[in-house]
Design a protein around this ligand. Structure first.
Ligand code: CMP
Length: 137
């Protein structure tokens, strides 16, 4: 099915000037850019976005990290784009994410309490709908 998903270029990705490279990979794969925003995310938005992680050891550092600079949000569309973008992004831990993926090519461990892994992509149709409403609603 044609789907839409939310991609976030996190503060580390924006600060490292990787926004264009990340969009280039999305477009090269054949997905469509539908909307884009640059956002300095507030606590309220982030706590809703990361509600499922409340109580985990990296939760507080994660919210702090996500407020450390601007985020670029993409709404992208395509057949199976939710799964497809997560494949482009690579696995959560950038140290072991496969080379060829965004996290595998550009990410690493910086010895911090939270993994700075450059991008976020919604993990299911339900998450995509919920997260798109939060970031583009
Ligand atoms: P994301 O896909 O945005 O979802 C939650 C984020 O928390 C994740 O990317 C990482 O940035 C971070 N994260 C997930 N697991 C861990 C972990 N074990 N240790 C530190 N940070 C993590």
């Amino acid at each position: 099915p044609v789907e839409e998903t939310l991609v976030l270029v996190k503060p580390d990705g924006v600060a490292r000037n990787l926004t264009g490279e990340i969009l280039r990979r999305i477009e090269a794969k054949g997905y469509q850019l539908v909307d884009v925003r640059l956002i300095e995310a507030e606590l309220d938005l982030l706590s809703q976005h990361y509600a499922e992680h409340v109580g985990k050891p990296f939760y507080e550092p994660l919210l702090e990290f996500m407020q450390s600079g601007p985020i670029v949000a993409f709404r992208i569309a395509g057949e199976r784009v939710i799964e497809g973008f997560r494949s482009l992004a690579g696995t959560t831990d950038p140290t072991t994410a496969a080379p060829g993926t965004i996290r595998g090519d550009f990410g690493r461990d910086w010895g911090l309490k939270v993994q700075q892994n450059l991008v976020h992509g919604s993990d299911s149709p339900e998450s995509a709908q919920r997260e798109l409403a939060l970031w583009f609603g």
